[in-house]
Write a protein that binds this ligand. Structure first.
Ligand code: HEC
Length: 234
């Protein structure tokens, strides 16, 4: 009787162990070292692609959304939320875009293409941007590209939407029901106060860009000035 009981206990023990192992199968987060950003105060050079200014906002709004390559889901182990994570998990070979997974997936067909259908493929300009950034060494660089005296729709607001918001707010994927790929769409959230409230992270609004860093103070000021001017299509 005694031996049967200890056998039983042994089996229960093994089953419990297996259960615990199975529930712990989520991969252990990779310890990512974040390299400091270089050049943030320098004016931008037209020949250089800057990770912080162009690449990260694009990845955040087209790839690092919830359910895809954000910190929680990180599909196929790919987490595209920060420079360190992109370099640790995105298959980037600095200087060699043609053999970098992060670039190659943009040109694949069918379901292998990233972002996968029904999301739109990257435009040629966006693909070129990724290519050039990797070719130039895939650095964690930045430049000062914001000027608070510029606050027209075409010069400031629309480019900001394209880089930081459109990936989640377009006709195919209208986050919260908002399409920010058109002037009319942006104007509607400017008028109801949600644009400013969401980017300033004001209480009572959902903070935007979702899952990304807060926009710089300069960018928020540009939007604020544009709204104060009556959100014109200028
Ligand atoms: C990663 C995807 C993603 C990005 C990037 C993103 N949004 Fe959103 N946004 C969403 C989703 C999803 C919702 C709906 C959230 C909800 O209802 O819980 C939303 C909601 C909103 C709302 C409604 C907020 C409220 O309080 O009701 C506004 C306004 C908005 N987004 C503006 C923006 C702007 C402006 C940007 C760029 C600066 C941006 N979003 C970037 C996904 C995104």
């Amino acid at each position: 009787m005694h031996t049967v009981n200890s056998r039983l206990l042994e089996i229960i023990g093994i089953l419990l162990f297996l259960l615990i192992m199975m529930s712990c199968k989520h991969d252990i987060p990779i310890q990512v070292i974040e390299t400091p950003v270089t050049g943030g105060e320098q004016t931008c050079s037209a020949d250089t692609v800057y990770f912080q200014n162009s690449v990260l906002p694009l990845l955040n709004s087209s790839c690092a959304m919830s359910g895809c390559h954000d910190a929680i889901t990180h599909k196929e182990g790919v987490n595209l939320t920060t420079y360190g994570n992109v370099m640790a998990t995105g298959g980037v070979r600095p200087g060699d875009p043609a053999n970098s997974k992060l670039y190659k997936v943009l040109n694949q067909t069918g379901g292998d293409r990233m972002p996968p259908p029904p999301a739109a493929a990257f435009t040629q300009a966006q693909k070129d941007l990724m290519y050039k950034w990797i070719l130039q060494g895939a650095k964690n660089n930045a430049c000062n590209d914001c000027d608070t005296t510029l606050f027209t729709y075409s010069g400031a607001v629309s480019p900001l939407m394209n880089s930081y918001c459109k990936g989640c707010h377009n006709p195919a994927s209208t986050g919260g029901g908002f399409d920010l790929s058109t002037y009319a769409g942006v104007r509607s959230i400017a008028l109801n106060g949600k644009l400013l409230g969401s980017i300033r992270h004001d209480a009572g609004f959902i903070a935007m860009p979702q899952g990304g860093n807060k926009l710089s103070a300069c960018r928020i000021t540009q939007v604020q000035k544009w709204i104060s001017a009556g959100s014109p299509n200028n």
